[in-house]
Structures are given as structure tokens and as C-alpha cells.
Write a protein of this length. Structure first.
Length: 186
């Protein structure tokens, strides 16, 4: 995957594919996607098992689950495509997080913050930090990345858009580089 280029359309379809299983954002997909496609993703298929003809359905689900002005950042910044990079822990720690976790907040700070809801101050059980912390480590850490995360460039910084729970699980056992399509340099 390293060095492969993906279109903005593919990146949005990948984002949606990863969110179908999400407790936080997955519900709209069950209503939007055809039952056969929804069942296929829920059963654990890989993104590459999805027909390209179904990408627009996934994107429609993404724009329902998320604000289209937020998902539009993929189109706005990726006219020349996204290159799949291999990130180190340092690369991840120096990436910014999406503003809903904190404006101009770096991943290294996000990772250490307690997962609370901004409006109420209560523990946010759907926060990716809580989800990852609730995933037990049995024996040696064994996270295997099956799908790349997604980032964009904001100025000179990378911003992680999708894959927060998976990135935290990866940090536990970062034996291999983290695959992240992003705009910009290879």
C-alpha cells in the first residue's frame, strides 16, 4: 500500500467503510446502504472486496452520518489524490486531531486527555480513547492494521481525520509502520 495514490472519492468511501462498524457513527449506514452491502461490511469484509460501484452509496452514508461540510474537506484538499504513507509513532504524535477533540491540539496531547463530553463533562463512552482503553490486551499486543487511517494537511501539519481508535490500538504495539493516506509529500 505504501506509495499508492487514491482519489478523494476512494478516501471518502474508505472513511465510510470504516465507520459502518462504529458505535458512534455507524447507525445511519444501516438505513442508507442496501442490506446486502451493509451485511457484507458488518460481516468483516475488506474494503477491496467492495465494488467501486458501491462507493457512492458509502459516501452517501458518510454524508448522512457526518456533516457534509466536514466530509467535504477530503474533496477540497485532495484534488491531486492521497498518497499512502507509513507513519512512525513520532509522525502520529505530531499530527493534529480534528477540532471536535480540541482546536490546534496535537495527537500526543489528545492521547493523554480523559475522554469526556465537552457539553456535559461526563465520561464519553463512545470516545475513541475510551473504546481503545476498554479493549483488553491479552498477552503481547497484537493489533494488526487491516485498513489505512485517513489524514489531511492543514498548513504544514498533518491532521488525523479517521481512525482514532485503531491508531490508539496501534500505539500499543507499533511493530510495523502505520498506513495513512494523506495529501502531499511521499
Amino acid at each position: 500500500m505504501r506509495g499508492q495514490t487514491a482519489t478523494a472519492r476512494e478516501i471518502k468511501a474508505r472513511w465510510a467503510f470504516n465507520e459502518v462498524l462504529s458505535d458512534r457513527f455507524g447507525a445511519p449506514y444501516s438505513a442508507i446502504l442496501p442490506q446486502a452491502l451493509y451485511a457484507k461490511v458488518k460481516a468483516g469484509c475488506k474494503f477491496n472486496d467492495i465494488d467501486e460501484a458501491d462507493w457512492d452509496l458509502l459516501i452517501q452514508g458518510l454524508n448522512t452520518a457526518r456533516d457534509p461540510s466536514f466530509t467535504g474537506i477530503i474533496d477540497a484538499g485532495g484534488s491531486n489524490g492521497y498518497i499512502c504513507l507509513e507513519w512512525s509513532i513520532e509522525d502520529l504524535m505530531n499530527a493534529k486531531v480534528i477540532p471536535s477533540f480540541g482546536v490546534d491540539l496535537y495527537y500526543r496531547h489528545f492521547l493523554t486527555m480523559f475522554p469526556v463530553s465537552k457539553p456535559t463533562g461526563a465520561v464519553d463512552l463512545s470516545d475513541p480513547r475510551f473504546k481503545a482503553w476498554a479493549t483488553p490486551v491479552v498477552g503481547p499486543p497484537s493489533f494488526v492494521q487491516s485498513e489505512p487511517l485517513i489524514s489531511i494537511k492543514v498548513g504544514s501539519d498533518h491532521m488525523l481525520i479517521e481512525g482514532y481508535t485503531r491508531s490508539i490500538l496501534w500505539v500499543r504495539s507499533a511493530a510495523k509502520p502505520l498506513l495513512v493516506p494523506t495529501i502531499g509529500e511521499e
